[in-house]
Ligand binder design. Sequence first.
Ligand code: ATP
Length: 488
Amino acid sequence: MDALVSLSKRRGFIFQSSEIYGGAGSCWDYGPLGVELKQNIKRVWWRDYVQRRPDMMGLDASILMHPTVWKASGHVDNFTDPMVDCLECRRRFRADKVDETPWVHYCPATKGNKFTISAGEPCSHCGVTRTLCPECGKGELTPPRQFNLMFKTFMGPVEEDASLTYLRPETAQGIFVNFDNVLQSMRRKLPFGIAQIGKAFRNEITPGNFIFRTREFEQMEIEFFVNPLETVDGRPADEYWHERWIEDSMAWFRRYGLSEENLRLREHAADELAHYAKRTADIEYHFPIGWSELMGIANRTDFDLKQHAKFSGKALTYFDEERKEHVVPYVIEPSAGVDRALLAFLADAYREEEVRGEKRVVLRLHPELAPLKVAVLPLLKKREDIVRTAHAIRDELSKDWTVVYDDTAAIGRLYRRQDEVGTPYCVTVDVQTVGDPAKGEIGDRKVTIRDRDSMEQIRVPLDQLGPLFRELFGGATWGGVAGRFGAN
Ligand code: ATP
């Protein structure tokens, strides 16, 4: 994790928010490369799930909503974590997580010496387990109290209870309250889904682990509505679609680079299920902090639509033409965090390799996710014709892709820099490309393309650059196309 945090800062992926003021607790800003990576994740997700599927539509609901939404959804009463406070140092902990961190202990068996003991372990000298504050080792902890994770705010110019509302803690409710709008305006038949990407806010008691748990984050959520009266392949439609979404979501993460061995599915046990859920499965990823939730896929039944119908007085039903009756659809909810997905993609892509006795750091990001697609590098920055050609290539390629020009170091170092941020291909313009006009040479009008992963180099005519990159970014493999060109 330290390597990722340091690379992220050094290479412009992620900065601590308000850093010059000492930082804002667990808030992070995405820098020039981070914002590209994040947008690529959201773009491929939207393309794969909304653009390419006939049964899906998009939505962009507002973050501030009518406060009753959160009463109906159960968030006002139930979106809480148990919290304990230290009476001595006033630090606050999640009661159910307090034994998941190392704890400070002043051991009576060693004249009060201070030790830091591993999470959940007893003291090896006196044998006691932790009861006091794990941070200061001195204060008693209060009994657990429920703490609501929603950020409160006021809508309008008067700060009074009547104008109290919340920053949304999930994007899902914006979809439920628009169910009827979408149904009426788009005239869809069940099953269909509504997808949304947007910010969510949770006043987490113990945020941390870089962008894994933050107070402001982004979600990519789908509510997939199904007819509970229908069966598919002999199974109730909701159970069938739940299974389909679990498989689809797993495959999606694998497709964009997460390795099989770092992904697993975890079923929620009956006593862990939210009261509205019939079944929930989490996709867990082997993050640098251990196995943790990357996304949740829940069968929320008809709970949300029924709750909003009850609180709003509006019917949120679907007319089943075949059976001639109104039904309340069941809903399957695949819900992923954008920031958590980004952390997983970064962690899986990060490699430290040895190349000819030197360390090379490389981000083996999927080309579709890579923040920069191509770097154009002039071999000699003093040769005006080489530089001009390199700029012209950058200008041309940047009509289709995110392309950079860099001449600030020698070629070997420029390659390493691009490897470190995951740029799939470098294009190098050299003397051979432009020739030597003084000698009457016109050059071969070819450039070198270097592949990030294999470090192989091929020589490609300038007029074939565009078509070649179109092939490569359209899914062709390096091995599949490189053979057509001569090696460098
Ligand atoms: P956790 O158990 O980690 O708190 P959750 O079960 O409360 O997560 P959900 O409500 O299911 O999370 O939210 C769906 C997804 O949103 C999660 O799988 C995760 O990817 C993301 N997410 C939730 N909370 C945060 C957070 N505080 N910071 C970053 N991402 C988050």
